[in-house]
Design a protein around this ligand. Sequence first.
Ligand code: SAM
Length: 321
Amino acid sequence: MKTQQLREKLCRISDEILKPGDFHDKLAPAITDYVALLSQIVKIDSDDEQNRKHIQSEMGQAIGTFWAAQCVKEILRTQRFARSLFSAIKEKLNQKSGPVQVIYAGTGPFAALALPVMMHFTPAEVQFTLLEINQQTYDVLLKVLDAFNLNAYIAKCEVADATIYQVENKNIDIVLSETMSRALIKEPQVAIMLNFARQLPSDTIFIPEEINVGLSTQHKSGTEPKLIKRLMEFNTSLRQKLVDDTIDFNWQFDEVAIKTELEEGESLFFSTEIKVYEANFLGFNDCSLNLLERVKTDKLDPKNLKFRYALKETPGFMVYN
Ligand SMILES: C[S@@+](CC[C@H](N)C(=O)[O-])C[C@H]1O[C@@H](n2cnc3c(N)ncnc32)[C@H](O)[C@@H]1O
C-alpha cells in the first residue's frame, strides 16, 4: 500500500480512537483496523524466539517485540492513552509557540500511542523523542515510521534504557510511557517516570498522570474489589518528593502498615487505577493493567501486614509483618 493510502487509513482510525466518550460503537472496529494496518506493514513472527524474548534491565523487565506488539489490541488502554497525549499536546500548544516536545519512552514496535495523534498535528506543532530498549523492537519501529512517512515528527529515535537516559533537551513538555503491568510489578514504569522527573521542569506533563495501587479484598472472582487502603499514589507530588529525597537512582518508598480483618471467603489483592490524563481513567478490569494481583501472605499474619514498593530487577510491593 502506498504511503498516502496508509496515512488516510490511519487518519480515519485515529478519528475514532480520539473521539470523546468512554465507549462508542466504532471504537473496537477502529482498533481492529489499526492492528490490521500495522500488520500489513510489518510481520512479527510469533514463532521466532527472538521476538518473544524479554530484556532484563536493572529496574524491570522490557517485554519482547511480539508481546509489546500485542498491547495495541487493548481497546480502552490504547484509546485512553492516545486521547491523553492528544489533550496534553493541545494544552501545551496553547502555552507556547514552538513545537511541543514529547518523550515517548518504551515505544514498542509501533509507537502505537503516538501514531494516531501525529495525524492531528503538523511536525511544526509536535516533535517526538522515541526511546526503546529492545533493538529488535526498534528496528521494526523504524520500518513503521518510514512506511507512514512520519520521520518529520521525530526529533530523535534511539535504542536506550529510559530508566537512566540522560535528557539533552530540557525543553521537554510531555513524557509518555506505558511500561507497566498490574500493581506496578515487573516492568520499569516507576523508574522511567522518576528518571525523567529528576531531570525535567515541574510543569512537564507526565502520562499517565497518576497510578494508584491499593490493597483490596474481593469476595468472588470477577466482582468489583473493595478498597481497604491506598498503598501508593504515584503522582506529581510523590514523584517530586522522591526526587527531592533521593541521591542518584537509589529510590526509596515509604512503608505502609495495614491491619485487616478478612471476612469468610475474602482474599487480598493489589488493585490498580490509572488517571491517564484529565478525564481519561482506567479502572478495574478496563485492561490488563487493571487486573487484580493476588497478595501472597503464606507464612505471614494477614491481620498485620506491611507493604513497601521496591525498584529492583523485578519491581513490586514487598509484603511482610
Ligand atoms: C508494554 S510495551 C508498550 C508498547 C507501546 N508503547 C504501546 O503502548 O503499545 C512497553 C515497551 O517499552 C519498552 N521498554 C521497557 N523498558 C524500557 C526501558 N527501560 N527503556 C526503554 N524502553 C523500555 C519495551 O521493550 C516495550 O517495547
